[in-house]
Design a protein around this ligand. Sequence first.
Ligand code: ATP
Ligand code: MG
Length: 216
Amino acid sequence: RLKIIQITSGSRELDKILEGGIETGSITELYGEFCSGKTQLIHLPSKCLSCCFILPEGGGEGKALYIDAENTFRPQRLLQIAERFGLNGEDVLENIAYAGAYNTDHQSKFLLVEASMMVETRLALMIFFRSLQKIADEFGVAVVITNQVVAQVDGSAVFAGPQIKRTGGNIMSHATTRRLSFRKGRGEERICKVISATCLAEAEARFQISAQGVTD
Ligand code: ATP
Ligand code: MG
């Protein structure tokens, strides 16, 4: 078995409740309302972006693959964050492979919604998550997925993504090994809570989103 590595989030508080950071060999699911910091956080572990980071500094010494279904990947943002860690922006970008799954074509979006109603999609999702887990296990990578949830009037939360909303809460929680919920605090403050993880306490951490990315 490959050694498990913790990749720092950029915030010490956040790393503390994660017992080090985002873990290799498992799937971490980030969910929460819009603007709660999910995308910002994955622009950082792409600080495994620290691709060029050495292990003692909280990096993964590896490469990152960013699968973007929302068209939210911002190389500019990474360059900005790279500066904070004294990294060469070009090296950083070179270590990130990007796969845009985003499609502006409304028709295919519609198709996706339709398709997600079908049982096959449920199965496909399960297979997808199982293979994600396999990839995490076998190659020792950290898999991070983000999910937007919308708060309901009664205080409950509903997944915003069509495929997740229709089929997915259960599939997700079985497949992921760490679930973290995100919400907005005052101003730039964000709160992350450990929801379920095999060996983490149900703790909360406060962090900030700044020009330098996720910080304390
Ligand atoms: P969604 O569900 O809509 O995708 P999200 O949880 O992914 O939301 P993020 O995009 O991670 O949300 O967070 C957006 C927040 O990050 C905004 O509040 C914005 O102010 C902050 N932010 C983004 N870029 C910068 C920057 N360059 N400097 C400071 N703050 C920034
Ligand atoms: Mg986002």
